[in-house]
Write a protein that binds this ligand. Structure first.
Ligand code: NAI
Ligand code: MG
Length: 502
């Protein structure tokens, strides 16, 4: 059944899940926080409390790291064949799809995004990441090497590399795609044979707790994945600093990314980071403008602009600037705001009042700086953390609304003359380098500009195209390392060289 046509009621399994007491998954057991504290989880559309979850702190993280260590060193996971591991990872993907309705509802309630979007995008993409990574479990290997060791002439050696799991991994994820970010983190770590402590975002802990039950149902041994709910400054910081963690993988703000690096310095654990962005989306006048306009709107408004790769700086060739801005504004005007669970909703609330205030703070700042909202520009009155889809014009390159990540449904639109060098310099004038979009029918220009943009992903005549086989990550302050694809596996593997004198 198409969820968009279902009435606005929660399914039986979702109600049952919401009503059951929430615990953290540590060493295969569902446990409360050692200190017994909990915190409330809100529905951002109605501002109601929908659950309480344990407030995990340093002592809980420590228990989780110990459980992950035991599972890594001595549990069944440590001796399991790659094929067996792959089968379990595949089953996780299957279980996600079997529970798609319920997971989409939980995600919508907790995060605010439309249920139909969670059902069509978040859940299947999450399942796909497990299915894709299941295949890698049996394909991770080292190499045979031919030595010519100069100071032992004539001595034969047999030498090879081994790709070994890096060990116990701490993973810290944000609230914009709670289930999908858990999948992006867990699936490759499991394929590599690691064990994990996952610290979910305090705003959106629920889908990961349901995922934890599905991990157990898939046959994942105890302690291989431990899930901690808690705040960033306490639980997150403890995980990033823990001496028993071999590697930390983080997705979130660039500001906290820097704190993760500092915390990791204690035991020099390996670090990968997927951070912020301020991605340029460039429309040339020869593009198919109707497609480009729709693409530019979805590049910024998808997930309410709460995407690290949102196309938040829109560069449009001068002669078509007015037409494109009118087109995007027209789409923005028609977007139906409402609770994610309402089938008519096209855009839900932002995740929290903090995020709503942060985004509205940028709208005020933009006005003070001299920018003008062609459409939107306000929070919506009434309950729920809604912000109107907004297009800002009359900006200057150094304005903060042009330079800083807003992480809401706000795009700055700027005209450019047909001078490629200037355009590329302007597009690259950012501390970030996560993604970029190019809209043109000129094939040579598309390739030329794609090569010159300092961005980890370039989409041409499309935007927000994700696939488990595409690497994703940032240049500059958008991060270290890559997520997804074969490339992510190196985040979770160590290379060991073995040289044997024959
Ligand atoms: P954040 O970076 O504070 O939170 C992300 C995760 O990090 C959460 O799980 C949080 O608990 C954890 N965390 C926070 N402080 C920590 C610390 N000291 N040590 C370890 N873990 C810590 O992001 P926040 O505050 O939710 O949003 C602020 C801004 O960050 C947003 O407006 C947006 O610009 C950016 N952001 C970027 C995301 C991305 O996908 N790259 C996702 C979420 C936010
Ligand atoms: Mg924060």
């Amino acid at each position: 059944m198409n969820p968009a046509t279902q009435p606005f009621v929660l399914s039986q399994p979702t109600q049952a899940f919401l009503h059951q007491p929430k615990r953290m998954l540590i060493g295969g057991q569902w446990v409360e926080a050692v200190a017994g504290q909990t915190f409330a989880v809100h529905d951002p559309a109605g501002e109601n409390i929908i659950a309480h979850v344990p407030e995990g702190r340093a002592e809980d993280v420590d228990l989780a790291v110990r459980a992950a260590r035991r599972a890594f060193e001595s549990g069944p996971w440590a001796t399991m064949s790659p094929a067996e591991r792959g089968k379990i990872i595949w089953r996780i993907g299957d279980l996600l799809l079997q529970h798609a309705d319920e997971l989409a509802e939980i995600e919508s309630l907790d995060n605010g995004k439309p249920r139909a979007v969670a059902y069509a995008a978040d859940v299947p993409l999450s399942a796909d990441m497990f299915h894709y990574m299941a295949g890698w479990a049996t394909k991770i290997h080292g190499n045979h090497l031919s030595l010519s060791c100069l100071y032992t002439p004539g001595v034969p050696y047999h030498a090879y590399t081994r790709s070994e799991p890096i060990g116990v991994v701490g993973q810290i994820i944000p609230w914009n795609f709670p289930l999908l970010m858990a999948a992006w983190k867990l699936a490759p770590a499991l394929a590599a044979g690691c064990t994990v402590v996952l610290k979910v975002a305090e705003e959106t802990p629920l889908s990961a707790l349901r995922l934890g039950e599905l991990l157990q149902a898939a046959g994942l041994p105890d302690g291989v994945v431990n899930i901690v709910t808690g705040y960033g400054e306490t639980a997150g910081a403890a995980l990033a600093a823990h001496p028993g963690v071999d590697k930390v993988a983080f997705t979130g703000s660039t500001e906290v990314g820097r704190l993760i690096v500092q915390a990791a310095a204690g035991n020099l654990k390996k670090v990968s980071l997927e951070l912020g962005g301020k991605s340029p989306n460039i429309i040339f006048k020869d593009a198919d403008l109707d497609t480009a306009i729709a693409g530019a709107a979805s590049a910024i408004f998808f997930n309410h602009g709460q995407c690290c790769c949102a196309g938040s700086r829109l560069y449009v060739e001068k002669s078509v600037f007015d037409r494109v801005v009118d087109g995007v504004a027209n789409i923005a005007q028609k977007i139906k705001l409402g609770p994610g669970m309402d089938p008519n909703t096209e855009m839900g609330p932002l995740v929290s009042s903090i995020q709503q205030n942060r985004v509205c703070g940028y709208l005020d700042l933009g006005r003070q700086e001299g920018a003008r909202a062609v459409v939107g520009g306000q929070r919506r009155q009434g309950s729920g953390y809604f912000v109107e889809p907004t297009v800002l014009v009359d900006t200057q390159p150094q304005m903060r609304v042009v330079q800083e990540e807003i992480f809401g449904p706000v795009v700055v639109a700027m005209p450019f003359e047909n001078l490629e060098d200037e355009l590329v310099a302007e597009a690259n004038n950012s501390i970030y380098g996560l993604a970029a979009g190019i809209w043109t029918h000129d094939l040579s220009r598309a390739h030329r500009v794609a090569a010159r943009l300092k961005a980890g992903t370039v989409w041409v005549n499309c935007y927000n195209i994700f696939d488990a086989s595409l690497p994703f990550g940032g240049y500059k302050q958008s991060g270290w390392g890559r997520e997804s694809s074969e490339a992510v596996l190196s985040n979770y593997l160590e290379t060991k060289a073995v040289a044997i004198r024959l």
